[in-house]
Each structure stands twice: as C-alpha cells, then as structure tokens.
Design a protein around this ligand. Structure first.
Ligand code: ADP
Length: 451
C-alpha cells in the first residue's frame, strides 16, 4: 500500500480523496495555487505545497510543479480527482517514469477512451452497444452526406476529442449537414486543437444512463449499477440519481454485465464510467470516462462501497476483493450539484460566504470544501459542493431532499439551491419522467424559483 498520496486537485473532490486516504491510514499532500492557500483541502492535509499562480494552466495543470511537489514530499502516488490531469495519459506516463503511481487506469486505456472515435470502435469490439453512425472520422462533405442518408436525419456531428458538450452540432436535414460539419470542426479545433469529427444518429428523447465499473487490471471487473444523469443544462449534469427510475432489474443486470465483461476483457484497472443514451429500451454507448465521476457518491450511498478506497487499493496492485454477487442496491439516492451561480442565469457568483449552514441528519451527505468566511475564487469551476440524500425508497429520498434544501443556507453569494427547490415541487421530477432535454425546456418557461 502507498505511504503518501499527493492529491492533484482542489475543492470538494480533493477533500473527498483526502478522507479516503485518512481512513486507509495513508499520509496526504495537498497542492494548491496561490488563490487556494486557505482552502479546506490545504488545511486538512498532512502537508501542502504551493504549485503556482491562480490560473489552472500554471498550477493544477502544471506537471513539472506537481512532479516537483512529489519529489519534495516523497509522495509515492498521485490521485488526480476529476477534471484537470485526471484523463491525461502523458501525465500518467511521466509519473510512472518517476516511479510514482498514478491512481487511475493505464495510460493506454486513458488514451483509447480519450479519443471518442477509438473509444467507440473499442466499445463495439468489446460487445457494448453503440449509437449508429460513421465508422471513423468524417473529413469531407461527400462522406458526411452519404452517412447522413444511411443512418437518417437528424444526426449529430461530434468532436473526436470532445468534452464538456463542446464541438457538437445537430444537422436536422441534408441541407444543414455542411454547415453543421464546418461549425463542429472549427469549434473542436478551437477547444481541443483537433478538428476530427464523427457522425452519430441524433436521439430525440433519450435518458443519460451510465454504468459504474471497477476493475483490478488483472482481468477481474464488476459493475456497481447505474446512475441516471438525464437532468442536464448545456450538456452539463445538474442532478443525478441511483438507481435510474427508468430501468428494471433485468435491464440493469443485462447492461451491467455487458460492461463488466468488457472491462474484464480489456483488463481495465480502477474506477470508470461507461456512458449511454437510453431510448425505447435500448442502450447506446456515447463515451467512457476513465476516472472518478463528480456524481460517484450516489452509487456509494446505495451500495456502501467506498469507490475512492477501492480505487486506491487496486492502484496499489491489490486484487479486487468485491465480487459481483457482493454488490447489492439499497434504497435510492439523489445528488444536487451546488454551484456558485445565479440560479436563473447561471452566471458565476464567486465571493465570500458570509454564513454557511449545511443540512444534516439521517441519510444526508454534503461533500463540499467551503466554510463560513471562505472566499470562493473566480478562477475555477463553479461547483462548490454536492448535496447527496439517501432514502429507502425514491419517495422517501425526495421528501428528505426537500427537507435538506429547506435547511441549506449559503449567504453572501448566489447558488443553484433555489433551482433545486423549484425542481423538487415539479410533478415530472416526482414521477421520474424526464429525458436529457427536460431541464432546458423547464428553464425556458422561466419558472419562479423559491428563495
Ligand atoms: P461530452 O464528452 O462533451 O460530454 P458526450 O458524448 O458525453 O460529450 O455527450 C454529452 C451529451 O450530449 C449527452 O449526455 C447527451 O445529452 C448529448 N448527446 C451526445 N450524443 C448524442 C446523440 N447521439 N443523440 C442525442 N444527444 C446526444
């Protein structure tokens, strides 16, 4: 087992990883930018190292500084959290060249899944159902039109290097194809420095359902159920639940074992998430994330499995100790992403938290690095915390969530809490009847959000 883990991240996820390390008896090193000197992950870590100025490219993305921090502190492993360097194959390679473990899958698996065209081909080869579309990159209008005619409109043009919903364009008819192609290519070029795009059938009313997997790199892999992340704004998840209100046990077992078998065959190591769109009883692979997800706590709440603990153990070379038959699902969990944003316009709202009172009680978990008096810097993602609630049934979970949202007080800045107070009163949400477009439509009706 590792002696000392350096956590190459910030905010709530740095704290989440730190907690797992402490429970394993492993020493922790926090790294931070000058803007984060007073952050909670820095305060709670055994040691901390300042790695640069506020801009992420100079600090949390600065590989030489992070490597130097490992050398100075003698850390023997790095946990990358999510975002930043978590899906950077080069970073994983550089660490291993320095005899430092990267807590995540092999550089090769990160690379394969980071290229969506290669990921899709790999998924297909491993028996995972994929969205119908082009076999590889589409470089000219002629091919694009031929594929459009083959799979039928509407289609989606997507960036191979895509992420965060960027580099995607819908073409509803043949006439829209050329402009969708050039728009997606130029957006992809700007965002990712790579203009490769591919084409996929555009699904009209799908749900986003993803499968959590865990492998040990030795050919053992299990699935840990699904999460339903259909409530999205601009392709960004806002609310996640486990299990999905749309699946029954038979469907769950079927797609789960397809994913687990595929990961066993790949000899995948660590946690990962296989994302699908789900429509009319069919699953369509869209991508795989080779890291811990923001929404992993809903899975932890219904299974009692500490995903970060398992992730660290397999990274240290341990064989998987959990069998598929050990994984059982208990009740229901929902996560709300609390962002420092105006809840109607979603404009960022950094600044000082003047009063902070998180909810508590049975079945309640708040993962956050903020505290009263904390100054939220303007330099990073606006996620400041996650409220995760568990109940024995979905109804109990919703009632508990409403109670928690009432208790939650964050003063001094604006947050997305009022958005969730509105959602919890909605009949479609109560019934679990929503697809990936539902939230955008709801927001377009300008709902009056409670304070
Ligand atoms: P990113 O890596 O940019 O997040 P994804 O491939 O995961 O891209 O897609 C993000 C979101 O875009 C999905 O959750 C879904 O809402 C939408 N989307 C992606 N592919 C399709 C498709 N073929 N049809 C309809 N919507 C899609």
């Amino acid at each position: 087992m590792f002696n000392k883990i350096l956590i190459a991240n910030r905010g709530e996820i740095a704290l989440r990883v730190l907690r797992a390390c402490k429970e394993l008896g492993i020493e922790t090193v926090a790294v931070h930018s000058t803007a984060d000197a007073n952050a909670m992950h820095v305060r709670l870590a055994d040691e901390s190292v300042c790695i640069g100025p506020p801009a992420a490219r100079d600090s949390y993305l600065n590989m030489p500084e992070i490597l130097a921090a490992c050398e100075i502190t003698g850390a023997d492993a790095v946990h990358p959290g999510y975002g930043f360097l978590s899906e950077n194959a080069r970073f994983a390679e550089i660490l291993s060249a320095h005899n430092i473990a990267f807590i995540g899958p092999s550089a090769e698996h990160i690379r394969i899944m980071g290229d969506k065209i290669e990921a899709k081909a790999t998924a297909r080869r491993l028996g995972i159902p994929v969205v119908p579309g082009s076999d590889g990159a589409v470089t000219n209008d002629e091919d694009a039109h031929r594929i459009g005619a083959e799979i039928g409109y509407p289609v989606l043009v997507k960036a191979a290097a895509g992420g965060g919903g960027r580099g995607m364009r819908v073409a509803r008819s043949e006439e829209e194809m050329s402009s969708a192609l050039s728009a997606a290519r130029s957006e992809a070029k700007n965002a990712f420095g790579d203009d490769s795009v591919y084409i996929e059938k555009y699904l009209g009313k799908p749900r986003h359902i993803e499968i959590q997997i865990l492998g040990d790199g030795k050919g053992n892999a299990i699935h840990i159920g699904e999460r339903d992340c259909s409530l999205q704004r601009r392709h960004q998840k806002v609310w996640e639940e486990a299990l999905s209100p749309a699946l029954n046990q038979e469907q769950r077992d079927r797609i789960g074992s397809i994913c687990a078998n595929a990961m066993a065959e790949l000899k995948y190591s660590g946690v990962g998430t296989i994302e699908f769109l789900y429509e009319n009883g069919e699953f369509y692979f869209i991508e795989m994330n080779t890291r811990l997800q923001v929404e992993h706590p809903v899975t932890e709440m219904i299974t009692g499995i500490d995903l970060v603990n398992e992730q660290i153990k397999v990274a240290s070379g341990a064989t998987l100790t959990i069998q598929q038959s050990d994984v059982t699902f208990n009740g229901h969990a929902i996560e709300c992403r609390i962002n420092a944003e105006n809840p109607s316009t979603f404009a960022p709202s950094p600044g000082r938290i003047t009063y902070y009172h998180p909810p508590g009680g049975l079945g309640v978990r708040v993962d956050s690095g903020v505290y009263q008096g904390y100054m939220i810097p303007p330099n990073y993602d606006s996620l400041i915390g996650k409220l995760i609630v568990h109940g024995r049934t979905r109804v109990e979970c919703l009632m508990r969530l409403r109670r928690c949202l009432d208790e939650f007080v964050v003063d001094g800045i604006q947050t997305t809490i009022p958005l969730f107070r509105g959602l919890i009163e909605n009949q479609d949400i109560a019934n679990g009847l929503y697809d990936i477009h539902w939230l955008e439509k709801y927001l377009a009706t300008n709902p009056e959000l409670p304070d």
